[in-house]
Design a protein around this ligand. Structure first.
Ligand code: ADP
Length: 387
């Protein structure tokens, strides 16, 4: 069992599976709290790996490396939900792992994830697991085109989704996902005609205490989130209902840690569940400057079973803009000094070695009294960046 983290001989070490930007920001919070971190990743010099002498670069599939990572970690969490559950169960034989391996396994498969939410009474699109192209077209006949065909596992930033408007497009999607050397089982969903995409971050510790962040609006381009507005420009009762649904989602999977819940808002003010991420979420990066306690700090607190900090906004509003790679090459913009002339915007560069088109290289957050003010501050600063 984990001793109370502030009553041990030396600072406890939080082991993080994954070394990307989410691990980096988790590590920044852990250090702030007087803890240490260990990072395991496939490859050296990851954004989080460079922060600690406990950097394991051969990845969790290397048995020796994994055992050494387990040895130096007092408790383990993750930044990446695509880790094979067997690895998490193996770690759990020696250390506490949060979110629990059962939770991650359930969430990893978008079909079991949606089933769990639907069973808990949370509104979802119509959905079905499909084992043949005929099953997909039958689903479409029952629920009307368009439909969204999704790989059940390993989808991110829209890779793994295909919207089909007719039977022919169903066959195209089936062949794309199931026709290759490594077939990827799929599910079908009814298309939600949403007017806004919303997201809510929820932290939940092992005692079941909860911190629920404001409901934000996320704006995507090419299926990648580009902008987050906090709070979402929606009516108060919708804001509250979105938060209630997000909490219900985390409770439905017995989640411990920090979670991002993605929702759709329809014309009729219905809120429909899209998906849950069992880790810090891009829609919650604004919480570093925007809220009393960031999603990353509350993630660490939740995993360590500490009291959670306030998720409330410090000003009236915040806005976040993702910095997506615009070229292949260096991971740092050419004009950081010009950016820094904007005193109300915070620049986060993840320290990735290489930029690629569309890759998340960093983000910018600004706080303001209104969402418009916060967004204008962030946007003006971003415009000063040249890649
Ligand atoms: P990923 O796991 O790749 O992020 P999502 O399932 O969240 O995939 O889908 C990515 C985007 O595709 C969503 O943000 C939304 O814009 C769109 N999308 C997903 N499911 C639906 C749906 N059922 N109806 C309409 N749009 C959808």
């Amino acid at each position: 069992m984990l001793p109370s983290i502030y009553h041990s001989q030396q600072p406890l070490t939080v082991g993080i599976l994954g070394g990307g930007q989410l691990a980096k920001m988790l590590a920044q919070s852990a250090y702030k709290m007087g803890l240490r971190v260990a990072v395991i990743e496939h490859g050296a010099d990851s954004p989080a790996g460079v922060m600690t002498k406990h950097e394991f670069t051969r990845g969790w599939n290397d048995e020796e490396e994994l055992q050494e990572f387990i040895r130096v970690s007092d408790i383990v969490t993750l930044e990446n939900e695509f880790i094979a559950p067997e690895i998490l169960y193996k770690i759990a034989e020696h250390r506490l792992v949060f979110p629990a391996p059962e939770t991650v396994a359930l969430v990893q498969d978008k079909y079991t994830q949606k089933q769990t939410m639907a069973n808990a009474g949370i509104p979802t699109p119509h959905f079905a697991a499909c084992n043949s192209v005929e099953e997909i077209t039958e689903f479409a006949a029952a629920h009307n085109f368009p439909i969204v065909i999704k790989t059940r596992k390993f989808g991110y930033d829209g890779y793994g989704n295909h919207t089909a408007r007719n039977a022919n497009e169903c066959a195209v999607a089936w062949n794309k996902f199931m026709g290759g050397e490594e077939p990827r089982p799929v599910m079908a969903e009814s298309f939600v005609n949403f007017i806004k995409e919303l997201a809510v971050i929820v932290a939940r510790n092992r005692r079941g205490e909860i911190a629920v962040y404001p409901c934000v609006q996320t704006i995507q381009q090419n299926h990648i989130c580009v902008t987050v507005l906090a709070p979402a420009p929606i009516e108060q009762h919708i804001q509250q209902r979105a938060q209630e649904i997000a909490v219900a989602c985390v409770e439905a999977i017995n989640g411990v840690g920090v979670f991002g819940v993605e929702l759709f808002l329809t014309q009729d003010d219905d809120i429909i569940f899209n998906e849950i991420a069992p880790r810090p979420h891009n829609s919650g990066h604004y919480t570093i400057e925007g809220c009393h306690t960031s999603q990353f700090e509350n993630g660490i607190r939740a995993v360590c079973n500490l009291p959670l900090g306030s998720p409330e906004l410090v000003g009236g509003a915040a806005a976040m803009i993702n910095l997506l790679g615009e070229r292949r090459g260096d991971g740092v913009p050419d004009s950081v000094v010009d950016f820094l002339k904007h005193p109300y915007a915070s620049l986060h560069l993840y320290g990735k070695k290489e930029s690629r088109i569309g890759r998340k290289m960093g983000h910018v957050t600004a706080v303001g009294q209104t969402v418009n003010e916060a967004f204008a501050r962030a946007r003006d600063a971003v415009e000063a960046l040249i890649w």
